[in-house]
Write a protein that binds this ligand. Structure first.
Ligand code: MG
Length: 258
């Protein structure tokens, strides 16, 4: 007797649940969500123009938002004709503002008269999080990969020394090229261990080349990638020490995601 009462109660509860499930299945409104409403963002006037909520990092006028990575002094690359050209004698530059997760758009151009071969041909890079003054951080490679052979996890649009691009979407030297990047920063526990790794998605000239790629750590020229705890970091552009003609950038903007 004492055992049958809960059974009856359980059965009626099941019946109620079945009724409400049936009505939910009949009601198209049951699967509609109305809150929270996504905020309105006005897209750029053409595809590559910054949308209304973007932080414009370089609009062709000056490098006010940038500094030398090594000593935080004003960025000394050459701005001319609405573009900025790498000055290899000065070093890497980075944003003054720091970021965690973001969407980044940037455009780059290998000079038409580029010389050199392999990694020594239009090499630069965008460090998705610059964790130190030199080449520390997470590098998405920039270089001439139009009919220019090198190791595949070092060609353009590779996560340098980690993950080759899904395809080679490079344009020929002299043409402007675009990167559209979604960066999910790694998350670290209080003791510095990795709670969740970094991920990157990249479109190169509109073509998917990195699809939610998991990173195994920061970029190293020699040795395996490894993580070092950070919370937010600048975005850095590389002045690579090869002897080929320097490349240029234009139209750089970022949308912080948190
Ligand atoms: Mg590089």
């Amino acid at each position: 007797m004492t055992r049958s009462i809960p059974k009856v109660l359980a059965l009626s509860a099941l019946a109620i649940a079945a009724t409400s499930t049936a009505s939910a299945q009949d009601d198209p409104k049951a699967t509609e969500k109305w809150e929270p409403v996504p905020k309105v963002v006005t897209p750029g006037s053409k595809d590559s123009a910054p949308p209304s909520d973007a932080v414009v990092l370089f609009d062709g006028r000056d490098l006010a938002g940038w500094e030398m990575s090594k000593d935080h002094s004003p960025a000394r690359w050459k701005v001319h004709d609405g573009i900025v050209t790498v000055d290899k004698t000065t070093g890497n530059i980075q944003t003054k503002q720091r970021f965690r997760d973001y969407q980044l758009h940037l455009e780059w151009q290998i000079p038409k008269n580029i010389t050199g071969e392999g990694q020594g041909r239009g090499n630069s890079g965008v460090f998705l999080a610059s964790t130190g003054p030199g080449d520390e951080g997470y590098e998405l490679q920039i270089m001439d990969s139009f009919e220019n052979k090198t190791y595949v996890n070092g060609q353009a649009a590779s996560v340098y020394k980690q993950t080759a691009p899904l395809v080679n979407a490079a344009r020929r030297p002299g043409d402007w090229q675009t990167y559209d990047i979604v960066w999910t920063a790694p998350v670290f526990a209080a003791d510095g261990s990795v709670k969740s790794p970094a991920y990157v998605t990249v479109f190169h000239n509109g073509v998917l080349v990195q699809n939610h790629t998991e990173l195994t750590g920061e970029t190293f020229y020699i040795g395996k990638p490894k993580y070092k705890a950070y919370t937010d970091a600048p975005i850095k552009l590389q002045a690579h020490g090869d002897h080929s003609e320097p490349l240029s950038f234009r139209n750089i903007w970022v949308r912080p995601l948190n």
